[in-house]
Design a protein around this ligand. Sequence first.
Ligand SMILES: *[C@@H]1O[C@H](CO)[C@@H](O)[C@H](O)[C@H]1NC(C)=O
Ligand SMILES: *[C@@H]1O[C@H](CO)[C@@H](O)[C@H](O)[C@H]1NC(C)=O
Length: 380
Amino acid sequence: MNRNALRILLLTVLCSFARNETLNPAIADEQLLWVGGQVGEVHTYRIPLLTFTTHGSLLAFAEARKLSFKDKGAKFIALRRSTDRGVTWSPTSFIVDDGALADGLNLGSVVVDEETGAVILIYSVCFHRYRCKPSSTMMVQSLDDGFTWSAPRNLNPQLGLMSFAPGPGFGIQKRHPPAVGRLVVCGHGSIIGDGVFCILSDDHGNTWRYGAELKSIPYNQRKNNLDFDPDECQPVELDDGSIMINVRNDKHYHCHCRMVARSLDGGESLPVEELVFDHTLEDPAVAAGALEKEGVLYFTNPANANNRVNLTLRWSLNRGKSWVKNTLKIWAGPSGYSCMTSLKGNQTEDHKYIYVIFEKGQKDYFESVSFVKIDLYSEQ
Ligand SMILES: *[C@@H]1O[C@H](CO)[C@@H](O)[C@H](O)[C@H]1NC(C)=O
Ligand SMILES: *[C@@H]1O[C@H](CO)[C@@H](O)[C@H](O)[C@H]1NC(C)=O
């Protein structure tokens, strides 16, 4: 164990003694936020995102797919807000409507600028270039805690025409050097030109440019099973200032498990020397959740090598080098994409809980979107 890891472990242990508590995550509450099935104008809700705001609210987003469960097609972006830490939620509002596009919008990555309080949502339109071109990377933002939203802004004049699917999940704002204050949103490229790509903003989301990339092999060519194909991803900043990106290993290169990339320069590069395969994190190829809170790294995915079932929470006390043996099964049945957040206020509550949003079903994983409050220090 290196000195930093030892320091963190000691701090974690000391803190938990000071508070007389041990990490023992348990489900404290669960609510379905969206249920599909062609109710009203929506066929299926998918791709849930969850974020805190600087005012201490929770915002949940999802794609509201109008006509089918498929990735293409017309959609709304659905939003529900909670100002009481997830006890009650506003009715759904549709903050973006793409009309009747054959290749409509796709979520997406939400990032909060803690200096300005802005909530920024990045998504794509025409990602698959199906009966349309080019693909566009779009941004909307809210300056009033998610209540009202700006008109969509097309970032292509800054970013170019590459197909870029942010997230799905959250982007980060750098808290530790290098590049304190920078917004970092990572996602993946088109099906053929796949790979992890990050876009960066050093001026609170006004301008964006491409930074780090980890390209698929063979790049810009059709993939076979077992090719190297880094895909949907979730970045987290660790307390040493590095950015760890937990990545969908789409073609099961090397293992049926997660790839973990790391940037040491604030999202400018993803050196291949830093890439590892985490064999503990078995994965069927899916978008997963990752979160760092108070020195502990959390991870959610359908923990199964082949099927999207068994949504499981894991935690690591050494920045993901290993995972605590104990796990929390959130849902044994069909489960898909997930995203986590936590609040950073001073209330003891904000230290005690993390929140998970995920795709949940009885028969198919995309039947509903569920919100789960996790008590980290339960006494069960
Ligand atoms: C669910 O996840 C747990 C924890 O990794 C694992 O032990 C178990 O075998 C998994 N079950 C299924 C059905 O995937
Ligand atoms: C934390 O508490 C301090 C002092 O009571 C207050 O000024 C600050 O706004 C609080 N921060 C949050 C995020 O609630």
